[in-house]
Design a protein around this ligand. Sequence first.
Ligand code: HPA
Ligand code: ZN
Length: 337
Amino acid sequence: MSDIAAFIRGLPKIELHLHIEGSLEPELRFALAQRNRTQLAYADVAELRASYRFNDLTSFLVSYYEGMEVLVTADDFYDLAWAYLRRANDENVRYVEMFFDPQAHTSRGVAFGRIVGGLRRAIVDARQQLGVRAELIMCFLRDYPAEYAMATLVQSLPYREWIVGVGLDSDERDNPPTKFAEVFARARSEGYQITMHCDVDQNNTVEHIRQCLDVIGVDRIDHGVNVLESEELTMEVGRRGLGLTTCPISNRWVTGDLKAAEIKRLLEFGLRVTVNSDDPAYFGAYVTDNLVALQEAADLGPAELVQLERNAIEISWLPSRAKDELITEIERYADMR
Ligand code: HPA
Ligand code: ZN
């Protein structure tokens, strides 16, 4: 391992763009299928992995939704999140804000309380047993009607203390932020933080970023690297101090390009850009792999890597004391090197 890769591995890290359902590894998928007595359409793990041949967002989403059919009981959601959090802890991830997609489960008849109950139990155990912190961000599926998102928002209210914010994901084509303006206004009034996917190189991505700023009033943007196509929007993101949660290896699967040069440019502009894994089981790369790939492609040094983690802490939705603790931890690590 190179010195810089070892530096990345040991660096205390933050993950802000992680779909917990996208961390479902084939081995766990087979185990859950067996426990729930369902048959998978693949003979074994190798055949399942070989089926991951997506080359854009739409083809990825087909595999992603198919994978989660094995998630049925609260224990399934617990096992999913626990496996991810253990893995994250092994990589020295210190804090995670993880997305979950309740509608991908309630639409199959899984009760909302089972989903959030199982995930929350894993988060509590990870804090106690591993010392890793995590929070939940509830995403609405943008290819479903706004009314279903609103009903899901209402369903979440009894669990308000367990969910730090709301996001928007799934297929971006013809599903602009404005479609959900009312839902996000209500979410804001309920005290949720707000983020939204503006996926890389989609139709109208720049217009979607503009809507996030002008109509929705987001607290941050997921992906968002296309902001560079508009000088005005780039300046505005900087002026508001908004974060961008980029995912280099996801970008390579979806667009054929890590977007390393763009991510480096965002960093040089002083925007609060961060590096994340998105759907690590499908893209074959956790957060360390994403940082290593970006470091190699963009020739980043230790100071820039530390800055990426500082950005993540600053744009996270942690209370300020917890932020200060994490910043101290990272500074101590950087000073020791
Ligand atoms: N984009 C949109 N929807 C998603 C993603 C993503 O990167 N991952 C899981 N659902
Ligand atoms: Zn994502």
